[in-house]
Design a protein around this ligand. Structure first.
Ligand SMILES: [Zn+2]
Ligand SMILES: [Zn+2]
Length: 341
């Protein structure tokens, strides 16, 4: 079964509106408060591998892949939510709705290409953007508890003079530390399609923006359901906190001249994990007969990807500035800075 949100006044397709945070009708400007809407709690049918659905607008029969939770009709563009994939035990716990609109995402794409200043000739004028798609990407948010037990030997060295003599006094210590560490909302993306490196670099999301999940947030966007369980991704979550545990141990052992760690026992437990959908803008553009991706955090506007650069134009630009190498290097690092892979 598909959930298809029709305007109660004029019958147009309603979509989630990033500017107002409401379900909006693009024709008559009717807006509905999603938090007050009723949603089906139980699955309307089996979440089978591939589902076929019928578009009420244009009558087309369409297929939705096993991971699709929300999609659009390829004939008339109507946005629908696949009910079985977002209800019952398939229901996300929370969602961060889009706050960056499609217009803002396109504007940001152009700015990111520096309005063509450094991109190859014709890049900005040609219609390079093949598609711009708002996708809700499935993530697990882990609350983790780590217990670390560390044995070390340490020394403190003190030197002082007395009379004609310089004394060095070394004290030896057996050190034992037990740390109880808590990490909340460690995100790991649970989608096969999205590149993990991209997803990690889109962080951080502001978790104060988490809303209790309701299907209308997905209206007009694509959404995927998780393709890995929280148990399957636990190791990735543990890896993400490894360096924090390391530095917590390090600072618990400060104050000595030397520290030699003899043994270290770290146990990390998954206290709780939440299934959430996080907003991502995916821009596919075409350059040099290749497709390139640019992704943007749909909540904060942070951009990850790499625009094509014209080395001729970069040279000309620096030539115009005609300053020393130092300045050129500085500009180059500025030009290359921010969010590049
Ligand atoms: Zn309407
Ligand atoms: Zn249709």
């Amino acid at each position: 079964m598909v959930l298809h949100y029709k305007c109660p006044h004029c019958g147009s397709d309603m979509i989630y509106d990033a500017d107002t945070g409401k379900l909006a009708c693009p024709s008559c400007r009717t807006r509905l408060d999603i938090e007050e809407m009723d949603v089906p709690r139980e699955p309307a049918g089996e979440a089978t591998e591939t589902v076929t659905w019928h578009c009420n607008n244009c009558g087309a029969d369409l297929m939705a892949l096993p991971e699709t939770a929300a999609t659009t009709c390829s004939f008339c563009g109507a946005g629908v939510v696949i009910a079985e994939r977002v209800t019952g035990d398939q229901s996300p716990h929370y969602v961060i709705p889009f706050t960056v609109s499609k217009e803002e995402a396109i504007k940001a794409f152009k700015k990111w290409c520096r309005n063509g200043l450094l991109t190859p000739k014709g890049f900005m004028t040609a219609d390079r953007i093949k598609s711009i798609t708002g996708i809700y990407v499935p993530f697990w948010l882990y609350d983790l508890n780590s217990r670390a037990r560390v044995n070390a030997t340490a020394t403190k060295v003190r030197t002082y003079t007395s009379g004609d003599y310089l004394y060095t006094e070394t004290s030896y210590y057996d050190v034992y530390r037990e740390l109880d560490l808590h990490y909340v909302k460690v995100p790991v993306d649970a989608s096969v399609k999205m590149d993990d490196r991209f997803m990690d670099r889109l962080e951080p999301y502001q978790y104060s923006g988490l809303k209790e999940f309701k299907p209308p947030y997905l209206a007009g966007y694509l959404a995927e359901k998780y393709q890995f369980t929280d148990a399957e991704l636990l190791d990735r979550a543990k890896n993400k906190i490894r360096s924090y545990i390391e530095s917590a141990i390090g600072s618990s052992l400060s104050g000595y001249t030397t520290v030699t760690r003899m043994s270290e026992d770290i146990e990390t437990r998954n206290v709780k994990s939440h299934y959430v959908l996080l907003p991502v803008w995916l821009v596919v553009y075409d350059y040099d007969n290749f497709e390139h991706n640019f992704v943007m955090n749909g909540q904060t506007g942070k951009v990850v990807g790499k625009p094509p650069l014209s080395y001729g134009k970069i040279a000309a630009w620096f030539g115009g500035i005609a300053a020393g190498v130092f300045l050129a290097m500085k500009f180059l690092s500025l030009a290359m800075g921010g969010g590049f892979l």
